[in-house]
Design a protein around this ligand. Structure first.
Ligand SMILES: NC(=O)c1ccc[n+]([C@@H]2O[C@H](COP(=O)([O-])OP(=O)(O)OC[C@H]3O[C@@H](n4cnc5c(N)ncnc54)[C@H](O)[C@@H]3O)[C@@H](O)[C@H]2O)c1
Length: 347
């Protein structure tokens, strides 16, 4: 079986967990956390990381296997990663580092590489954008480089790219797949919130108000101004879509609690009425580790995008985006998105 050659932009916590995840899956017991041990004939171990970009001193110039554990990354170590022979290359900083990140890291002094050329040389078939959520300009700039290099794009960030009609058209014209935006975690607050609302409304319950609050200790959570405005719109839309009627929904308010490290606390509150107009309230707290939460979904997306490449499908691939992301070009009910994804991967 051919390897799936993947490039990574942003070697932060999510990239750390993803690279480790591929090696973790070599242990058969690890398959307990995966919905699709084999997808389109591919196993997670068939994924090969061939190119990586960052800007921070301590990551740039180091082998990817070491850079994933360099500060300020605080993702847990759950797998041994052998030396990969892939040196992290320096891209342009642009708006990549928020105020908090600039206080705790320094920008590497080496010169910037030609990103499109390095992607071409590496043989990457697809590239995952794992830049900080606030790095909107940088995300759009890298998307241009990915297109120039002739690779598929997986946008895990909340910057609107894959769900934008003009990027959809440009990738379609180039014969390349594009999926996104804003990855939906395996056991994330958005997913759990949607499941709860969907189940209640399908039993005839009338939900009138609901909200979701989040606190985390990653650099992303520190970027309240730049990330959480756009993210609140994305998360609110995603949660609203779980109800077949209008309710007051707010999701995505957040705060930064540094000592939580890579852990995240999400509080979900739901209020409404059931039979006879009786009122009820639900309060839930979800405590998770952020970075491994993205991995199983990313492993599915990478293998599904490989299928898209093999079939010559291009532009926004809705069955992948609706299943794995909070903001696809069209938000579908969870069960319909899962069914569409299954049909797509089975062909
Ligand atoms: N569970 C999850 O981790 C999860 C879920 C959904 C979405 N996401 C999204 O994935 C993205 C990555 O999340 P994370 O937790 O790994 O963030 P992070 O802050 O830990 O990592 C971001 C990395 O990008 C690097 N970077 C900054 N500017 C750069 C530039 N111009 N060029 C190259 N590299 C640059 C930083 O140095 C850092 O290594 C975010 O946009 C987040 O919203 C993550």
């Amino acid at each position: 079986m051919a390897k799936i050659k993947v490039g990574l932009i942003g070697i932060g916590n999510c990239a750390s967990a993803l690279v480790q995840g591929v090696y973790y899956c070599r242990n058969m017991e690890a398959y307990a956390g995966l919905k699709y041990p084999v997808l389109g004939g591919f196993r997670p171990e068939d994924i090969e990381f061939v190119c990586a970009f960052d800007v921070v001193r301590g990551k740039v110039g180091r082998d990817l296997s070491e850079a994933i554990f360099a500060p300020p990354n605080n993702a847990p170590k759950f797998a041994e990663v052998p030396r990969l022979g892939v040196s992290v290359l320096k891209g342009p900083v642009m708006d990549g580092l928020n105020e908090y990140a600039r206080r705790i890291v320094s920008v590497d002094e080496s010169s910037e590489v030609d990103v499109a050329e390095k992607l071409r040389e590496s043989g990457a078939e697809m590239v995952i954008n794992l830049l900080p959520g606030g790095a909107q300009k940088a995300s759009l700039w890298y998307a241009e480089e990915v297109l120039k290099a002739g690779c598929a794009l997986i946008n895990a960030t909340p910057t609107i790219i894959a769900s934008d009609a003009s990027w959809d058209r440009r990738f379609r014209e180039a014969g390349l797949p594009i999926v996104g935006d804003d990855l939906m975690d395996q056991v994330g607050a958005t997913f759990v919130h949607k499941v709860l609302l969907d189940s209640l409304s399908r039993r005839g319950v009338l939900i009138s108000e609901t909200y979701q609050l989040d606190v985390g200790g990653g650099t992303e959570s520190a970027d309240i101004e730049r990330v959480w405005g756009p993210k609140r719109i994305i998360k609110t839309r995603a949660v609203e879509s779980a109800l077949p009627y209008k309710a007051q929904v707010v999701a995505g308010s957040t705060d930064f609690v540094e000592f939580l490290g890579n852990r995240r606390d999400s509080y979900i509150w739901v209020s409404g009425t059931y039979f006879g107009g009786a009122r009820f309230e639900i309060e839930m707290r979800l405590n998770t580790l952020d970075s491994p939460n993205a991995v199983p979904i990313l492993l599915d997306v990478i293998r599904a995008v490989k299928i898209a490449l093999e079939r010559g499908d291009a532009g926004h691939i809705l069955p992948i985006s609706a299943y794995a992301f909070k903001h696809p070009i069209k938000i579908l009910p969870l069960s319909e998105a899962e069914r569409l994804f299954e049909e797509y991967i089975k062909g």
